[in-house]
Design a binder for this molecule. Structure first.
Ligand SMILES: *Cc1c(COP(=O)(O)O)cnc(C)c1O
Length: 436
């Protein structure tokens, strides 16, 4: 299978190349040149997530140098559960819990798959790769956890000092070894600018081979198809019906993976993008004009994206707005509605949502008024204990912390504070190289 650039279909590469490069030479994003059609029946006997993953992802690895490694990559990536939990509603509604990985958010799936594949791609090279990640919170922790102690790969995480929650800061800084964490005296935008400048810096390119692990890498989307496969197959086997998904969306990587899974023939019905006050997608679906915006801060901060990069992928696959409307719907939720939904659903459903998941739960409550008899799935993107500072005051009690997260919170912090400049970052990276 080939992967093509969103900006020119003549740019065709293998999966290994698409993952190693991250972004196409023409500045576009990689998408699969086509989607395989897999009948639901073909998954019979695939009883673990890893087995479903191997069957679903096999065609994308077809002809790639890594193809023989796929079973091992899947076992390494999918070694925690992604359960579909029935909700106590009158209709057949479920929550898909994607927070049982090392950093308690769905980004663990993509980061772990990327780490497993990149380590194997690197094993054929002699020099080390340095991955730079600028993070506003969740991504950096998932990437650090996934790449920790992988050979021939160093990771530098940059985050804005004082602008992430204390628990997020701890998850970014508890690693050491091949992970360097920099608390930058600046904003997230400055962290991102430093990373972009580092890629263009002549001096750094002499000493370091740099790469990125942010969500434009197609290696983060493919593994996210897998939990849509396992959950939709479960509902299809139990009821013979297509599952409808409500997905809390920011950069739209998670929802893009659901659309990919549907293209592959999985029994998926409606896909609804649930957004916070960042509404560029809702406006596009309503008006047909694509108008990126500056991002707005909300309680669901991992979805504070004004210019979602995966829209470039969706608009390439579905070039006119009507085609995209045939694939997805959307709805939007305010901070006040997030808070109210967290309070209501603790009482009504005995569920404690994180602020992102609460957005999907609110959209479900609107849809279920007229379509409550359909098999809806609320996609739960993070464990509420990650956002205890927001959720605990609303529900008036403390949230038990998952074991994996508790372990990270107990580790010593190892980070270096730096100024928001390329000079400061370059000094650190080149200094570390000399010590190594
Ligand atoms: C990243 C993130 C999202 C948004 O996912 P996208 O793929 O960017 O749309 C939603 N919820 C949580 C908890 C996240 O970390």
């Amino acid at each position: 299978m080939n992967f093509i650039s969103t900006r020119s279909p003549e740019v065709r590469v293998t999966l290994s190349d698409a993952i190693a490069r991250g972004i196409a030479p023409d500045g576009g994003l990689y998408v699969p040149a086509s989607f395989p059609r897999l009948a639901p029946e073909s998954f019979v006997g695939k009883d673990s997530i890893a087995a479903v993953a191997e069957h679903l992802l096999r065609p994308f690895f077809d002809g790639d140098a890594m193809a023989a490694e796929l079973p091992a990559i899947c076992r390494e990536t999918f070694n925690f559960k992604a359960p579909l939990v029935k909700l106590p509603t009158s209709g057949p509604a479920h929550v898909l819990e994607l927070f049982h990985g090392p950093t308690a958010a769905f980004k663990d799936f993509g980061a772990r798959f990327l780490a497993a594949t990149m380590e194997r791609i690197r094993s054929r090279e002699s020099n080390k790769l340095t991955i730079l990640v600028a993070t506003s919170g969740d991504t950096g922790g998932a990437v650090a956890a996934a790449f920790h102690r992988r050979s021939k790969i160093e990771v530098s995480v940059l985050y804005p000092k004082g602008l992430v929650s204390p628990r997020q800061a701890q998850q970014l800084a508890c690693w050491g070894d091949n992970i360097s964490t920099f608390s930058v005296r600046g904003s997230f935008d400055e962290c991102q600018r430093m990373v972009k400048e580092a890629f263009l810096d002549a001096s750094l390119s002499k000493t370091h081979q740099l790469s990125s692990a942010n969500s434009i890498n197609v290696g983060r989307l493919l593994p996210q198809m897998v939990y849509y496969a396992t959950s939709s197959l479960q509902i299809w086997r139990e009821s013979g019906r297509n599952a409808n998904y409500i997905i809390p969306s920011g950069n739209v990587g998670n929802a893009a993976a659901c659309i990919f899974a549907k293209q592959c023939g999985l029994p998926i019905g409606d896909i609804v993008l649930a957004t916070n006050a960042n509404r560029a997608i809702n406006e596009y679906l309503a008006t047909g004009n694509w108008q990126p915006r500056a991002s707005v801060a909300t309680l669901a901060n991992a979805m504070d994206v004004g210019n979602p990069s995966n829209m470039e992928r969706l608009r390439t696959l579905f070039p006119n707005v009507d085609a995209l409307r045939g694939q997805v719907g959307s709805d939007t939720v305010t901070d006040e509605q997030i808070k109210a939904r967290i309070v209501t659903d603790l009482k009504q459903l005995d569920q404690v949502w994180c602020p992102h998941t609460a957005i999907a739960a609110e959209v479900y409550s609107r849809l279920s008024a007229s379509r409550g008899d359909e098999p809806w799935v609320i996609v739960s993107t993070a464990h509420p204990a990650k956002f205890n500072d927001i959720v605990e005051p609303l529900i008036g009690r403390s949230i038990p912390i998952p074991d994996a997260l508790a372990r990270l919170l107990s580790l010593p912090k190892q980070e270096t504070e730096i100024a928001p400049s390329l000079d400061a970052l370059r000094r650190e990276l080149q200094g570390r190289k000399l010590q190594a």
